[in-house]
Design a protein around this ligand. Sequence first.
Ligand SMILES: [Zn+2]
Length: 398
Amino acid sequence: MQDHRKLGRDLELFHSDPLVGAGLPLWLPAGAAARRAVEDYLHALERRSGYQHVYSPPLAKQEMYLRSGHLPHFADDMFPPMALSEHDAFVLRPSLCPHHAAVFGARGRSYRELPLRIGEIGGQYRAERSGVLGGLSRVRAISLNDGHVFCAEEQVRDEVVEALRLMRVVHAALGFEPSSFRLSLRGEGGKYVDDPEMWAAASSVLREALDIAGVSYVEAPGEAAFYGPKIDVQLLDHAGRESTLATVQVDYFQPARFDLSYVDAGGERRRPVMVHRSAAGSMERLFAHLIEVHDGAFPAWYAPLQVAVLPVADAQAGGDFVRACRAADLRVEEWHAGSLGARIRQAAARKVPFVAVVGEREAAGGSVSLRPRDPGALSGVLPIAAAVAGLSEVCAAP
Ligand SMILES: [Zn+2]
């Protein structure tokens, strides 16, 4: 595997500007196109899996993070509060959970609405020391594929199993396998919420779910969130360093802190349990990994540029095909400059999944000659309509 920072530069996927600051990468058009394709896929998959999506702001009043427990337990990792006045301070959020708890609490809830699955790809912020920052793998502004399932106690296990299923679907679609699954448990020390019964219940339901899902895992004391144990999806980077991509957590703590409740079938008020889960992790860490795993040659459905059209001789020759590709929502560019050989080499360097050559013969016959990056993919001389239909199929998100 090659370092994603080098590939990211060569392929113009992202850029770090010292004036913007360390750990605050800019997604250049090619990187943004790939990320948008993945985000669209995640949104569609989550909708099909019963999620409702929301938008929430990346900051909130300081009081919210006193209530959530983040300021007492997690302040070292947070940016300092921004005071507007003596009684009015705001905090860049370290996680989306409290905002989603507020979404649940927006009105009274009935047991009939549970499990209520809320999703958002949203920003969260960590005050990482500048020495540990690099490329996309460790950043200060994180775009998290986040989700919170509010459910009844008896639904927790199935929701964790479902979150693990969703993760595996996502990993397969994106074309990678985690290095391991880790069950992160409470360790020694004062950083954890002190409620032994809660820890025991949450740990046992996670173990049960892992067994049902048939996931083998290692246990890691001292790696839990401050409010509960979690399942971590672990990755190895090009240098063999391990990091956590995504998690599933069972949380009895924050629903109590935010006094969340629903009315059960008997008309009694009950406390929901919060299952925190991310299927794909943060867009930054995910792409650091995808760039390395695929050596920059992304699967066609999220490749920044899917088709490079190379007209030979007649400059107009590729026009009809380019328009047809655009109309079919394919990411296409037409390249005129340089010899055909040079343009084919350029497409290979940029790892474009398909090159379409339009020579005199093809132009006269209303066809294109497709050359795939990956052996076995769609190839050969095809009429324009057939080429576009074929490309649409092989470039469609799963
Ligand atoms: Zn959460």
